[in-house]
Design a protein around this ligand. Structure first.
Ligand SMILES: [Zn+2]
Length: 284
């Protein structure tokens, strides 16, 4: 404004004081409305920031394991339509074709997370019976991290193959991943009692335990509803894992897409937030 005044000062309003100039060119109302707009914008931004970063909200975390890239990609539209961000834990990534890597990258671009499920999909507990941690790292962890980093998919999270983990291994892997996924062994008793460990409680714990929902785990829609309602009631996040989404007749370690669709719809009805696995640590 001062610049404009000085510019004009050189020409036709040589002797007009600044105050009079402001009044004459009606800058004051313009300035006031600009300040109001700026304030409202800032206020809105702050609200959005608070909503996204500080307040944990009841939700669910949907994860998939192994290397069913095309099948994972085939549910991308369904996930996006329901505003769901999933996490895909990929194993034996060196076996994937260029086209499959492209699909995986597209899943990441769509907002999903790509985690590691091991270079060789090794049962860590068995392997460590006759190998050192250092050997395990070089055989199962390091190549996966380096390869994934090389193709722009550096993993922040890891899911144990076969769900086999231990406290000492957790401690070791915290050096390389932000958060680890275990699986519950109480899975099959879910119908008779509540399995507490499948709910993440925003307490900063760097592992979360998943409930299998593939057809062989026999989690009925009704049980699933109970699980989601508990997460809603207690402001927790239930962690679910699956392997391969299929169109019909699911076999072992497969989940019917219609089952997945009703899960997503139910979660939406309950207003549950969908979390990428690593996001669990953002809300403490
Ligand atoms: Zn696996």
């Amino acid at each position: 404004m001062l610049y404009a005044y000085r510019k004009l000062n050189l020409s036709f309003i040589n002797k007009i004081p600044l105050k009079t100039f402001i009044k004459k060119v009606k800058i004051r109302p313009l300035m006031i409305s600009s300040i109001i707009i700026l304030f409202l914008t800032f206020h809105r931004c702050t609200e959005v920031l608070i909503d996204n970063s500080l307040e944990p909200k009841a939700g669910f975390c949907l994860t998939f394991d192994d290397d069913y890239i095309e099948d994972w990609y085939s549910i991308n539209d369904m996930l996006l339509l329901n505003n769901v961000k999933a996490t895909f834990f990929v194993s034996e990534i060196y076996n994937l074709s260029t086209d499959q890597i492209e699909l995986l990258t597209e899943l990441k671009t769509s907002g999903h997370e790509i985690g590691s499920h091991g270079w060789n999909h090794t049962n860590a507990v068995e392997y460590l019976n006759n190998h050192t941690l250092e050997e395990y790292y070089r055989y199962e962890i390091q190549p996966a991290i380096e390869y994934m980093e090389g193709i722009g998919l550096k993993p922040e999270s890891f899911a144990y193959p076969f769900g086999r983990s231990s406290d000492s291994l957790d401690k070791f892997l915290f050096q390389y991943f932000n958060i680890l996924r275990h699986v519950t062994v109480e899975q099959l008793q879910l119908s008779s009692k509540e399995v507490d460990e499948i709910y993440y409680k925003f307490n900063g714990t760097r592992y979360a335990t998943g409930l299998g929902i593939d057809v062989n785990y026999k989690i009925s829609q009704e049980m699933l509803k109970k699980v989601l309602i508990r997460a809603k009631t207690n402001d927790e996040v239930v962690v679910l894992f699956s392997h391969r989404p299929v169109d019909s007749s699911p076999q072992q370690y497969e989940t019917n897409k219609t089952y997945l669709d009703s899960l997503l719809k139910l979660a939406n009805e309950l207003n549950l937030k969908s979390y990428r696995f690593s996001e669990l640590l953002d809300y403490k």
